[in-house]
Design a protein. Structure first.
Length: 264
């Protein structure tokens, strides 16, 4: 009998959900797959397989969890901007002697007609706004509004999955919504709210990309916050198929690890 191999996926993204489903649906029956969620989203989407929720207590706490639960491989499939947990994962994997892969969707690239203004942080994004517009569509999530709270002369449309926390701009409209978003819907938001500048993180992926197309069509500037780097030395896969093949090759389990149509 083959010994079960245990894989921990640090989740919270579409890619994490797809990877867990891919491994459970067509993989090795001796492969155990657990997805971990930070618990920051009030109503996360349904996930395949066992799920744990909550923090680990830093890198050393994660390393202890990996050891105590017999984890054979760790896949960091968190949001591209979840920088702290990614660095904790790198340290924990090293401490526990567990192979680590970062699953990161590619970032967006500008096309003809785009007026993008890349910045390194939310604070830099706030500094750039005064020269670009007065009615801002802010799509950077609920936890970073404090960087814009002092901009009293600007009006904000803020969209996030859950209500924001902490300081926020005084003059704003809150829109609670979850992607994927349609191009028609994004066009209507820009038109109805008279938006003249968009602020976004470079999250990548198709679910929230229509806002960029709508901004290009309307000739609007886009302030785009660059994503933090993956920890040095960590292998990166760009899609769940690549991640699955890496996992099978490291564990020597699962279906034929050669690329096929099902694995993308």
């Amino acid at each position: 009998m083959r010994i079960a191999r245990h894989v921990l996926i640090l989740g919270g993204t579409t890619e994490a959900r797809l990877l867990a489903g891919l491994l459970l649906e067509g993989g090795d029956p001796a492969l155990r797959v657990t997805t971990s969620l930070a618990g920051r989203v009030a109503a996360p989407g349904r996930l395949p397989g066992p799920v744990r929720t909550g923090g680990f207590g830093g890198a050393h706490g994660m390393a202890r969890w990996l050891d105590e639960h017999g984890v054979d491989a760790l896949i960091d499939a968190t949001h591209p901007f979840a920088g702290t947990i990614s660095f904790n994962a790198a340290q924990a994997a090293s401490l526990a002697h567990v192979p680590l892969l970062a699953l990161r969707r590619p970032g967006w690239t500008p096309g003809e007609g785009d007026d993008w203004h890349p910045v390194g942080s939310l604070s830099e994004a706030a500094d750039a706004l005064s020269s670009l517009g007065r009615r801002v569509f802010l799509t950077t999530g609920r936890t970073g509004l404090a960087a814009f709270a002092h901009l009293d002369a600007l009006w904000f449309l803020v969209r996030s999955v859950d209500p924001p926390e902490g300081p926020r701009p005084a003059d704003l409209e809150m829109l609670l919504d979850r992607g994927p978003f349609t191009l028609e819907g994004e066009r209507e938001l820009l038109r109805s709210r008279r938006i003249d500048v968009l602020v976004s993180k470079d999250s990548g992926g198709a679910a929230t990309a229509p806002k960029l197309t709508a901004a290009r069509e309307a000739g609007l500037p886009v302030v785009l916050v660059r994503r933090p780097p993956v920890p040095e030395g960590v292998t990166v896969a760009e899609d769940p198929g690549q991640a699955a093949r890496w996992l099978y090759s490291r564990l020597g389990s699962g279906p034929d690890p050669r690329p096929d149509s099902r694995l993308g």
